[in-house]
Write a protein that binds this ligand. Structure first.
Ligand code: SF4
Ligand code: SF4
Length: 384
């Protein structure tokens, strides 16, 4: 199969707003993964595509008196649906132009490692922040896959060169190195010390991972979460490879063929949207449009309670007292965590609520954890 087939595919992908693409074979794919992914039997190559994160600022998606942070990738309409729509259009177009049916595509909804396939396709290199960095694009992008029955040729130029060529893109001139060189900025900035100079990554200390983790987190893990409601961008925002990605010109359509019109913006979120989860026991249709909705009502409410606690948001006390009657022990515990943080600030009423919650608690595990908070409070009081 010819090199030009790959070029045709890349040109169509670029028109649909993808920022980089590459091709790779299927030889290194474990048989079990192939089967699990339900790939068409005639799959010979993968087209690996990168699409920039939604272009919205935090203020465009959230407003309220509680300080929270949403990672850049989670702002805007759910990327799974948005990118799948683009892939549907891409596969339709290339099936028609190349005369061979392409129908399997995926965004995070399959067992294949998109990151490994992208690296194999020559899209970029693994940075010390454990993310795949595409020279000239950085790491603030999503990956997507299309299975192809064609034996597509590896393109000689780097995908980034093909995509950005002719755009007079300064990022290519200034930031096209394919390594971290002597930089350690992400390791230094990571709030959980999750990254290590030897390339190891401790997910249990990663804020992004913790905002998705179920159950009761340790106090040190809660400290790492701080005021992040979902995800963490710290190791990406300091990365020199992303320098153009948070420049105001980043979304300028003349630079990367990309504009705000390319991504739907769901309804703006307010604190009440998160607190209403407790009253309705489910997430609203507005929250359901965001990409974190897959994690479910309980974890989203828990994360907001953690943010409220860390913000010492005293004016929410009466609402949290009501929520502490919730039938989930996890939610009751995090109401206790909110009371604990206010009690640390010298709010006696919050201390009384924590004590009441502990006395009334019927779930053994939750009761034990609430007791730990009470003990910690008395230790801290004694040490003052
Ligand atoms: S996402 Fe945040 S917590 Fe996780 S490794 Fe990067 S900086 Fe550290
Ligand atoms: S911040 Fe520096 S060390 Fe970390 S991934 Fe970027 S270039 Fe590499």
């Amino acid at each position: 199969m010819s090199l030009s087939q790959g070029k045709i595919i890349f040109a169509r992908a670029k028109k649909l707003g993808f920022a980089a693409a590459g091709v790779t074979g299927t030889a290194n794919l474990p048989a079990a993964a192939k089967k699990q992914a339900d790939l068409p039997a005639n799959t010979s190559s993968f087209i690996v595509l990168a699409h920039q994160y939604p272009p919205f600022s935090l203020g465009e998606v959230y407003s309220g008196d509680v300080n929270i942070y949403l990672a850049q990738y989670s702002r805007g309409y759910d990327y799974h649906d948005h990118l799948k729509n683009k892939l549907k259009s891409l596969t339709k177009q290339i099936s028609s132009v190349l005369g061979v049916k392409h129908h399997w595509y995926g965004v995070d909804n399959h067992p294949l490692s998109e990151k490994s396939l992208a690296q194999q396709a020559g899209l970029g290199f693994l940075g010390k922040n454990n993310l795949l960095i595409i020279p000239g694009l950085g790491s603030l992008y999503f990956l997507a896959l299309v299975a192809s029955p064609l034996k597509l040729k590896y393109l000689v130029k780097t995908p980034a060169q093909i995509f950005f060529a002719g755009n007079n893109n300064k990022a290519i001139e200034l930031d096209n190195s394919s390594s971290c060189q002597g930089c350690n900025k992400c390791i230094q900035v990571c709030p959980g010390n999750a990254l290590n100079i030897n390339g190891s990554f401790c997910k249990e200390n990663c804020r992004s991972y913790l905002t998705q983790q179920r159950g009761i987190l340790s106090l040190s893990q809660l400290k790492i979460i701080a005021n992040n409601f979902w995800g963490c961008d710290d190791c990406q925002l300091v990365c020199p490879h992303n320098i153009y990605n948070y420049n105001a010109n980043y979304y300028d359509s003349t630079i990367r063929n990309y504009s705000k019109n390319n991504w739907p913006l769901p309804g703006k979120l307010f604190p009440a949207d998160f607190l209403n989860i407790a009253h309705n026991n489910s997430i609203s249709s507005k929250l359901a449009d965001y990409p974190f909705s897959w994690r479910g009502a309980r974890i989203l409410l828990r994360n907001f309670l953690i943010n409220l606690a860390h913000d010492k948001a005293y004016n929410y006390l009466s609402q949290i007292i009501k929520i502490s009657e919730n039938n989930s022990p996890i939610i009751r515990y995090y109401c206790g965590y909110y009371f604990y943080n206010l009690a640390l600030e010298g709010r006696p009423v919050a201390y009384q609520e924590l004590k009441k919650l502990y006395i009334q608690e019927s779930d053994n595990n939750c009761r034990e954890e609430l007791q730990k908070l009470l003990r910690k409070l008395s230790t801290e009081e004694r040490s003052q």
